[in-house]
Design a protein around this ligand. Sequence first.
Ligand code: G3H
Ligand code: 13P
Ligand code: NA
Ligand code: ZN
Length: 328
Amino acid sequence: ALVSMRQLLDHAAEHQYGLPAFNVNNMEQMRAIMEAADHTNSPVIVQASAGARAYAGAPFLRHLMLAAVEEFPHLPVVMHQDHGASPAVCLRSIQLGFSSVMMDGSLHEDGKTATDFDYNVKVTRAVAEFAHACGVSVEGELGVLGSLVTGMAGEEDGAGAEGKLDHSQLLTDPEEAARFVEATHVDALAIAIGTSHGAYKFSSPPTGETLSIDRVKLIHARLPNTHLVMHGSSSVPQEWIKIINEYGGDIAPTWGVPVEEIVQGIKHGVRKVNIDTDLRMAATGAIRRAFAQNPSEFDPRKYLKQTITAMRDICIERYEAFGAAGHA
Ligand code: G3H
Ligand code: 13P
Ligand code: NA
Ligand code: ZN
């Protein structure tokens, strides 16, 4: 059944687990996520970005999500809009039937980084007012995702637009977070702790200096009743990098957010964990391998099936590691 995000995150908090929120752009991703949730009996958050709407078209995306609800009626499913850059985008998603929206006030409408607290409060509060009137949940974001070492925001976060960011922007301030939540009435708060979107998060395995789970603890201590969201939380599996490169790909050495670190975050208030890149890498690796191993094959269903299996296995691992399995 289609449910609001608040319902699932409240349940996750009560039972001390976290939910992966997987991005969806096509049928294969949707099927992989749902088969994994069905296999592990997990609640589902699927999210669509502006890029997903541009790729698939809003009606196809909407019906992909609705098809998941129809085929798996025993699983609760949240249709979440990822990184809305304006109240208008969120309103349109509500009209399309989404049960949850993210107003990302750390982005301007043109996609450039926004660091103005009052602007962020203004747009996020506006979205919370109309979304809550419709029974739709709201995620806000305070802080800018980016590297604590280079001061650069990630690919989809206004990279390069504003130059180097400092730690006051790259690490969400607990006091500011408390003021933000009180002023906006968001259901969930995305925080900046050193992660960034995409495959190139860390140039070596992260340490407490580059990935601040300590900051999660401080924010949770100040806001014990707020559901926290970690973006840029792909683990960037080394084994998939290896497979991609073994079969003709060219991925430079890189590291993501280790599952154990996410599990630490979940012990301290993280309830939603955004994952996109891991499924992209698994799909790419599976396709490259299938092409190399079966060069005479030309039925797309044969190699796309391999992508479903590869993505499904990652989803199963995350549902289990985050403690969501068994909670549908
Ligand atoms: O927020 C970033 C997600 O990975 C979505 O990426 O904008 O390329 O669809 P996208
Ligand atoms: P990754 O790029 O780490 O998968 O992050 C996805 C995300 O945060 C979507 O909002
Ligand atoms: Na989101
Ligand atoms: Zn994100």
